[in-house]
Design a protein around this ligand. Structure first.
Ligand SMILES: NC(=O)c1ccc[n+]([C@@H]2O[C@H](COP(=O)([O-])OP(=O)(O)OC[C@H]3O[C@@H](n4cnc5c(N)ncnc54)[C@H](OP(=O)(O)O)[C@@H]3O)[C@@H](O)[C@H]2O)c1
Length: 236
């Protein structure tokens, strides 16, 4: 797929799945603009891609307004930027339990709100969910509910923003930047469990999620859908 002449904006594009989508988009000819909270991370990510970047915190609407105010046009928007705490109802503070909603739900909602004036008429948006929405991997009810809410948000926005297309990607467990930052024993136990629980008996790669996102960017008759690059986790 060629993205020549297209402007791809990624909130949360300095690492992980967002950076992989940035690489794919740049390779397909797009001009890429990265957002995230850490200047050094964005600068390092952008340099080899010839991408532009600006610091943004999706939990802060003034920051989002400044970020999208500096963008001329958005052809494809991807919004994986979020950081939150996951855990059981019995153990998490109310603040931690709310954190997926604060960053992953409202962060994406407000990113889209501030992007709307810049969207091309045939633009597409891909929101980030997670396969936990359908099959909870453990005791993390607020995180599970947040992902389900993001998928509902995608359907709701697809109706409101048409003909702009809005879709959602909901990955399973992915071996990449997010898990690299967690303790090795936790990571290995989670990867082993996930590999047993999924049809393809392995965790996924960031590049495999990027494949799904690029498909949704380019699939001109697909809107309101959620795609699960999860190795069959939600079926097993
Ligand atoms: N990896 C998995 O197994 C997996 C599975 C299912 C779903 N997901 C979802 O994928 C998303 C991205 O995860 P990832 O695996 O790509 O890990 P990641 O490398 O941690 O990506 C998150 C990116 O978002 C940025 N970010 C965090 N909070 C932000 C905020 N408030 N405003 C703007 N940018 C922010 C981070 O940079 P700064 O810290 O510099 O801002 C980072 O570059 C998450 O929403 C996660 O729930 C991941």
């Amino acid at each position: 797929m060629s993205l020549a002449g297209k402007h791809v904006v990624i909130v949360g594009g300095g690492s992980g799945i967002g950076l992989e989508v940035a690489r794919r988009s740049a390779a397909a000819g797009a001009s890429v603009h990265l957002g995230g909270r850490t200047q050094a991370r964005l600068a390092a990510a952008a340099e080899p891609l010839g991408a532009t970047w600006q610091v943004v915190d999706s939990t802060d609407q003034d920051s989002l307004a400044a970020f999208f105010g500096a963008v001329d046009r958005v052809d494809h928007l991807f919004t994986p930027g979020a950081s939150y705490t996951v855990g059981p109802l019995r153990e998490l503070s109310d603040e931690d339990a709310a954190s997926p909603f604060v960053t992953k739900f409202w962060g994406q909602y407000h990113a889209v709100k501030h992007a709307v004036p810049r969207l091309a008429p045939d633009a597409s948006i891909v929101l980030m969910s997670g396969a936990a929405s359908v099959r909870p991997p453990g005791a993390a009810p607020a995180y599970v509910a947040c992902n389900a809410a993001v998928e509902g948000l995608g359907r709701g926005l697809a109706v409101e923003l048409a003909p702009v297309r809005v879709n959602v990607v909901a990955p399973g467990t992915i071996d990449g930047n997010l898990w690299a930052g967690r303790p090795a024993d936790v990571r290995e136990a989670s990867f082993d469990q996930y590999s047993r629980d999924t049809l393809l008996h392995r965790v996924g790669k960031e590049s495999e999620v990027a494949d799904a996102v690029l498909y949704l960017f380019g699939s001109t008759y697909t809107t309101g859908s959620t795609l699960y690059p999860d190795g069959g986790y939600t079926l097993h």
